[in-house]
Design a protein around this ligand. Structure first.
Ligand SMILES: *Cc1c(COP(=O)(O)O)cnc(C)c1O
Length: 400
């Protein structure tokens, strides 16, 4: 073993050691971030530059051109890896750009088994963009992991799942899917946007890649669009880094700074999202104008036992139907809230109310939506971190 090898081995061992002793709250604040070497600035500077001066041709400090290397981005990528218990992080200009990079690992003829109940934009990317390049997508209800078995064949290269799902809060057993995929060398990628790394770490259950829309809980303040991937395997990291720099969907340094700042408070925000979420879910369930409430913390939720096993809490995302299960009644509620803003997206400090059928999931055909249990009157809430009394009062007056 050469000198270079032993040095890189040493560095890696130190990093692992750091991860082992740091708890999540400490990692969220310190991981990836070091005082700026030139000034000691405690916050990572926004390196707003496209290129780097070289001392001689090919002689540089590891930074050549900012599509490939940017110190603000690198700090964020290290932080992302640490908080998802992975070795490598890569960030992208949006969540869908991160998903796009994963699918670009594949070739025509390859097959993907995807969850039937997932983010509308992921479904649109698969069906409208990648299907025409000869990649086949099969959509399967993964509430029972064994449902994927009949669809596994020699061409299956990737299983794509979300848990909890958007918007019906269905739970998939990550460990069970991995157990079915591993013997066939099929990659498993988990969209962990809804849970955030505070509630769930899919790599710990054997997933190969974790994907996030950092636009949501990681950024946390509804002020940035960004995506991220975290993985352990070095080869996979090389392939995805190659796609990141070749296709160029990199976020700017200002956006990286915002997400770095956002994740420093993830644990504190998530604690409040969970507390408020539980209170709102219980309020809705007891309300006589409300029909079914979809929230993972109810003991009679079909995914409760699995959620308990793989998550550390239940978060602030939920959906509900009205007792009067009509579009008119839903429209009335959606236009009557004053604290909950009617908007797409989720995971910010402010509470949002959303109508999946006409907003976030409009890109999924109506028959598909109904088949998956997504009714026209379904309302989705992203419960924020405002005072709980104001949130309950607002929903009460809107339902009244
Ligand atoms: C928002 C979202 C995405 C897409 O992320 P963008 O940052 O909007 O591109 C993917 N998956 C889930 C679950 C999301 O909520």
């Amino acid at each position: 073993m050469g000198v270079a090898n032993s040095i890189s081995f040493h560095t890696f061992a130190v990093q692992n050691n750091q991860r082992a002793y740091m708890k999540l709250a400490t990692k969220l604040i310190h991981a990836g971030v070091e005082p700026d070497p030139s000034t000691g600035a405690i916050m990572t500077p926004i390196y707003q530059t496209s290129t780097y001066v070289q001392a001689a041709p090919g002689k540089n400090q590891g930074y050549e051109y900012a599509r490939s290397q940017n110190p603000t981005r690198f700090a964020l990528e290290k932080a992302m890896a640490a908080i998802e218990n992975g070795r490598h992080g890569l960030v992208f200009s949006s969540g869908v750009a991160a998903t796009d990079a994963v699918i670009k690992l594949l070739s025509p003829g390859d097959e993907v088994i995807a969850a039937s109940d997932m983010y509308g934009g992921t479904y649109r990317l698969f069906t409208k963009v990648f299907a025409k390049y000869g990649i086949k997508f099969t959509y399967v209800n993964m509430q029972d992991a064994s449902n994927i078995l009949p669809y596994i064949n020699a061409n299956t290269k990737l299983i794509w799942l979300e848990t909890p799902t958007n918007p019906l809060m269905n739970i998939t057993d990550i460990e069970a899917v991995v157990a079915l995929a591993k013997p066939h060398n099929i990659l498993v990628c988990v969209d962990n946007t809804f849970a955030s790394p505070y509630l769930q770490n899919p790599l710990d259950f054997g997933a190969d890649i974790v994907m996030h829309s950092a636009t949501k809980y990681l950024g946390g303040h509804s002020d940035v669009i960004q995506g991220c991937l975290v993985m352990n395997d070095d080869m996979l990291r090389e392939q995805l880094y190659f796609i990141q720099k070749s296709c160029g969907a990199v976020p700017g340094p200002q956006d990286c700074f915002l997400v770095l700042r956002g994740i420093k408070t993830l644990h504190v925000r998530m604690q409040r999202h969970c507390e408020n979420g539980e209170k709102v879910a219980l309020f809705l369930r007891r309300h006589n104008k409300v029909g079914k409430v979809y929230w993972n913390g109810f003991e009679d939720h079909p995914g409760y036992a699995i959620a308990k096993k793989q998550m550390r809490g239940f978060g602030g995302m939920m959906s509900f139907e009205l007792a009067d299960n009509s579009l008119e009644a839903a429209t009335k509620v959606l236009s009557s809230t004053k604290v909950f803003s009617l908007a797409e997206s989720l995971g910010g400090v402010e509470s949002l109310i959303n109508h999946p059928a006409s907003m976030t999931h409009a890109s999924i055909p109506r028959e598909e939506r109904l088949k998956n249990g997504l009714s026209d009157s379904l309302i989705r809430l992203s419960v924020g971190i405002e005072d709980i009394d104001d949130l309950i009062e607002d929903l009460g007056q809107a339902l009244g």
